[in-house]
Design a protein around this ligand. Structure first.
Ligand code: GCO
Length: 472
């Protein structure tokens, strides 16, 4: 790792998400969400039949969590709001749950009192179940429901919250939620419903951005963005075909969302390929929905910062065109990916440790979106447990070193870094088996005690010294 130091303006934070840590799934008027529903009705979906009913119990232990944040010395805490805790039915115009509002007001106040800035994700996957019964994100009416929710949260929390993220990893919401069916609501419709999902979601994002702009920004003076994710795709060779394949993979993963936010529309490579394949498949209109000119104008530029959740890397290689009879997102993209077996494996099948990938990705973002301010909104690694998490320390040290090199050597304007995660927590379909926390949580104990791992003191040191090694 480099022995240079992070600039003074650079901020370190750490993240969690409502369903993964809060618990209290049916307390104080909270409505059911799609993860509650999935865990309760289909327990084999999640490893060990785990669920988020209690999770880390952060709903009751938020003061203790803020104490841990204080120990780390982070500048900010990125957490998400549970839609159905605030609006139990999720529907526009439906009742607001004051106890839910109060919970987040208390958490925010506790943060502010401790000098920690709240950075709030409005939606991190826990859609109110009622909205799923209306079809979920593939239903365009969700734009209105989300707009109602966004207005409620800006109104209630916007005096203290200056950094907002509308949607966390929308790729996973749409691709895994409605494409592969590997995340709630577990709906499988690859190459079909997932495109409709994204269409709604982008309009909902733009709507929330404009609501903020028009009704809240003048007094609240904050920043609103979307929080998409991608892995880095490294061309398998320097052949033009492999380079194109890698770029196409980035566009289908990140550009699907952020090209829309930045430029108002899907990446042209997606439009061309999906239009063409849809035609070959006999569809009357493309499987990729179209934005009108007016919508393009409305969506374009709806961000105040560029965010990236990134964990890992794969090689991307060109491949023969897939038979047009196959309708799927994967064949619309049509890229082979593979990894280097020597890359260290984490406890998550999809996560190999490839520190240089993050530097390449930050450079790609900077170049592709015109040298914006960039926040790393998630980065971290899983293991199977234990307090001596030296591989996690190694991960943070090397990934942060690449962030610093991107800043100092490549001139990329990265101003924030957010570790995932504060606590071991509910890792979606993997339940509690994959641990991402800097603090261990004993899930066998109803008190859910937290214990710092070695990585917590490493990160606290980095934050205090702005340095990754002993010798800055
Ligand atoms: C996200 C992430 C987190 C995961 C983390 C490790 O959507 O922000 O999926 O919720 O826990 O990425 O997989």
């Amino acid at each position: 790792a480099t022995n240079r130091t992070f600039p003074d303006y650079f901020k370190f934070g750490i993240a969690t998400a409502s369903y993964q840590v809060e618990g209290a799934w049916n307390e104080d008027g909270k409505g059911e969400n799609i993860w509650d529903h999935l865990c309760h009705t289909n327990p084999t979906f999640v490893d060990n039949g785990d669920n988020g009913d209690i999770a880390c119990d952060s709903y009751h232990k938020y003061k203790e969590d803020v104490g841990l944040l204080k120990d780390l010395g982070v500048a900010y805490y990125r957490f998400s709001l549970s839609w159905s805790r605030i609006i139990p039915l999720g529907l526009a115009g439906s009742p607001i749950n004051q106890a839910g509002i109060d919970y987040y007001k208390n958490l925010i106040q506790e943060l502010v009192d401790n000098g920690i800035e709240p950075m709030v994700t409005i939606f991190h996957w826990d859609l109110p179940e009622t909205l799923q019964e209306f079809g979920g994100f593939p239903n365009p009416e969700l734009v209105e429901h989300f707009a109602y929710y966004a207005r409620v949260v800006f109104e209630n929390f916007g005096d203290s919250v200056k950094y907002w993220g509308t949607f966390n990893e929308p790729l996973q919401t749409c691709h895994q939620g409605y494409g592969t069916g590997t995340m709630a609501p577990g709906y499988k419709s690859s190459g079909l419903a997932e495109y409709k999902c994204t269409h709604t979601l982008i309009k909902a994002h733009a709507r929330a951005y404009h609501i903020y702009d028009e009704e809240f920004r003048p007094q609240q003076q904050g920043y609103v963005g979307m929080i998409p994710d991608t892995m880095w795709f490294e061309p398998a060779s320097d052949s033009p075909a492999d380079q194109e394949a890698a770029e196409r993979a980035l566009q289908f993963n990140y550009g699907w969302y952020f090209n829309a936010v930045a430029n108002g529309n899907y990446p042209s490579v997606m439009i061309e390929r999906i239009d063409e394949r849809s035609k070959q498949q006999g569809f009357e209109t493309s499987r990729l929905p179209k934005f009108t000119e007016e919508e393009i104008e409305y969506i374009k530029g709806t961000y105040d910062y560029v965010a990236i959740n990134a964990y890992t890397t794969a090689y991307a290689q060109a491949k023969e065109e897939t038979d047009p009879s196959v309708i799927s997102y994967e064949s619309d993209l049509n890229v082979d990916t593979f990894i280097d077996e020597t890359w260290e494996q984490s406890a998550s099948s999809w996560l190999r440790v490839v520190p240089w990938g993050l530097r390449h990705l930050l450079n790609w973002l900077s170049k592709t979106y015109n040298h914006p301010e960039i926040f790393v909104t998630e980065n971290g690694v899983s293991d199977t447990g234990g307090l001596d998490d030296d591989r996690r320390i190694y991960y943070y040290q090397e990934y942060l070193s690449n962030v610093l090199e991107a800043i100092l050597d490549d001139g990329v304007n990265v101003t924030r870094y957010t570790a995932w995660s504060l606590l071991d927590n509910f890792e979606w379909a993997r339940g509690y088996s994959e641990k991402f926390g800097m603090y261990n949580v004993n899930f066998a104990n109803p008190e859910r005690p937290r214990t710092p791992k070695a990585s917590a003191s490493y990160y606290a040191n980095v934050i205090a010294s702005r340095c990754l090694v002993d010798t800055c």
